[in-house]
Write a protein that binds this ligand. Structure first.
Ligand code: ARG
Length: 565
């Protein structure tokens, strides 16, 4: 039973189909102040349709709508405020959570459709950047959220493992490389070689040709070039895997740019057949004048393909291989133009599914207001950042709870959770200021705050020896005021999930669990749950419900919930 949907249906009947029930549902709000009811329907948008004052419409509707789930209906200005039948709602919500547990709040509108998610996608032989961290964290949360809505997520790591830079790297390695050094510290060493190559090339331009030559060999399948490339790739992946493991992120596919090498002739052929390829400055391009976009470069004058060509091949491959309902690309907003061009080219080529492709951009990670860059030696090693966060969390635990059993395990969950939550709590388009102190705070809108609230609620249940079986069938008490605030928050979970899914916006879940944690902490400060009383077992059922939803909310963001911390 979904009470918002219930109200939407009743309103739909009362409006005799004047507004689609889906639109009605979208308009229904949760009043900020509970004195104004549990659900509110603003009548402004109906005023135009009905050519009537919105407050009159609200009045009329209030007389028409009836349901056993409503306690009363009030009109305040243009708003129709609905007070729900608290007993019915409370019992329904708590019983659902007790029986459904982690499944509570789920939707099935995804209908099992595949959603490919291009995420993380770092460039091999280069440090894993903050942008890649953001893509990993946002992509992983979106995967969990779409899954909760009935889709099947397919996480693809579109590794940057092809391009002329690998020719340069091979050339640099052959000139100055040391196998042992690379093995000991692959990314750092390969990056140093790459930087040295560029520095030397400034005085020795012949190096550029040598680099291009090696890339040509690589593309032509030369054995030495290929095995060096393979080695660089393997070593880089080993390093990336450590970060993925720290963050508990797994991929369904590591098909990166190189994977599409043998699939690009077909792209070029398709574009030729559709007469979309034109020559411009000796290169082959697709003009996008009508779309008001710059031309998309497909093939360079020397026949080399480009990033965009590989993405075209990847898009087609994904459609053919996964028959996606949606194809998502979680990539920083600097690449917005690239994705616009990509979708436009596919549209022009007549692929109807191109409008199922969505670029999900995000803002930058800043340090002291400036972009955190990985170039010119100013490397921010992500693994170091994560480890530092874990160390700080470990230190906090030592201070607050020195007797905790698994301190290292919990420090990892808290330290990593803090970084993830900090990333996800704001609308993804915002730039974020990177601050470990801020992330690890136990108060305010932080991961540790939500985790701590979960651990606290769990400890109440432990102390009381509460078991789900001992939940009373009828939990609601007419005296429940503070409790009602918690219950009405619990009721909102599924709407938050739906909003997060529809807008590819994990911050909806992050904000929701912070709100729930706040409401719960306030409740717990006011009501002595552990005190013996007739209501105790009902109250514990409520506390249990809160733990289930906080844990599931954190899980949807890719964050673990330690029982104790
Ligand atoms: N490797 C690219 C970069 O680091 C991101 C790739 C994004 N995915 C894609 N299909 N283009 O900038």
């Amino acid at each position: 039973m979904n009470f918002k949907k219930g109200l939407a249906e009743v309103l739909y009947q009362a409006l005799e189909g004047e507004l689609a029930s889906q639109n009605i549902e979208q308009l229904i709000e949760k009043p900020k102040n509970q004195d104004h009811g549990d659900l509110a329907f603003p009548c402004f948008s109906l005023a135009k349709l009905k050519r009537k004052a919105p407050n009159l419409i609200a009045q009329e509707l209030s007389e028409k709508i009836q349901s056993p789930t409503f306690e009363k209906v009030e009109v305040v200005g243009a708003y129709l405020n609905v007070f729900l039948n608290k007993k019915l709602v409370a019992e329904h919500i708590i019983n659902s959570i007790i029986t459904e547990k982690g499944k509570y709040g789920a939707h099935d509108f995804g209908q099992g459709g595949n959603v490919t998610i291009d995420m993380s996608s770092p460039n091999i032989a280069k440090p894993f950047s903050m942008g890649h961290l953001r893509s990993t964290v946002i992509g992983n949360a979106i995967a969990l959220i779409v899954e909760k809505c009935g889709y099947k997520p397919i996480k693809i790591n579109h590794l940057g493992d092809w391009g002329t830079q690998f020719g340069k790297l091979i050339s640099a390695y052959k000139r100055w490389g040391d196998e042992e050094k690379v093995k000991a510290n692959p990314i750092k060493e390969l990056l140093a070689l790459y930087i040295k190559f560029h520095a030397e090339a400034e005085t020795n331009p012949a190096l550029e040709d040598e680099g291009r030559g090696w890339f040509k060999k690589l593309e032509d399948g030369d054995q030495e070039a290929h095995s060096l490339w393979q080695w660089f790739r393997d070593e880089s992946l080993k390093e990336f895997s450590r970060i993925y493991q720290l963050m508990n992120v797994e991929f369904d596919s590591y098909a990166g740019e190189a994977f599409y090498n043998d699939k690009m002739d077909r792209v070029v052929q398709i574009l030729e057949e559709k007469q979309l390829l034109v020559e411009s400055d000796q290169a082959q391009v697709v003009e996008l004048t009508e779309e008001e976009l710059p031309p998309c470069l497909i093939k360079k004058s020397d026949g080399a393909t480009l990033y965009a060509t590989r993405d075209l091949a990847a898009a087609i491959y994904r459609k053919e291989n996964y028959d996606f309902a949606q194809s998502l690309y979680v990539v920083g907003h600097e690449q917005s133009l690239h994705f616009k061009q990509l979708i436009a080219v596919l549209n022009k080529a007549g692929f109807e599914w191109a409008d199922k492709m969505v670029h999900i951009p995000f803002g930058m990670m800043l340090k002291d207001g400036k972009k955190m860059s990985t170039r010119k030696g100013k490397v921010v090693l992500l693994e170091e950042v994560l480890n530092e966060s874990i160390t700080m969390a470990r230190y906090n635990i030592e201070e607050k709870n020195p007797n905790l059993a698994d301190k290292d395990g919990v420090a990892k969950q808290v330290g990593v959770g803090a970084v993830i939550f900090h990333d996800l709590k704001n609308n993804r388009m915002n730039d974020i200021e990177f601050s470990l102190e801020e992330m690890l705070r136990f108060e305010g809108e932080t991961g540790p705050y939500v985790q701590y609230t979960f651990a606290r609620a769990s400890s109440i249940l432990r102390k009381a020896g509460w078991k789900a079986e001992s939940a009373p069938a009828s939990v609601y008490q007419t005296t429940w005021e503070n409790e009602w605030k918690v219950i009405s928050m619990l009721m909102e979970f599924s709407s938050a999930i739906k909003r997060a899914c529809e807008n590819y916006d994990p911050s909806q879940i992050a904000k929701y669990i912070v709100d729930l944690a706040q409401v719960f902490n306030k409740y717990y400060a006011e009501v002595k749950v552990l005190e013996q009383s007739e209501e105790q077992s009902a109250r514990l059922a409520l506390v249990y419900s809160v733990t289930v939803v906080l844990k599931e909310g954190l899980r949807l963001l890719g964050i673990e919930a330690p029982e104790e911390m």
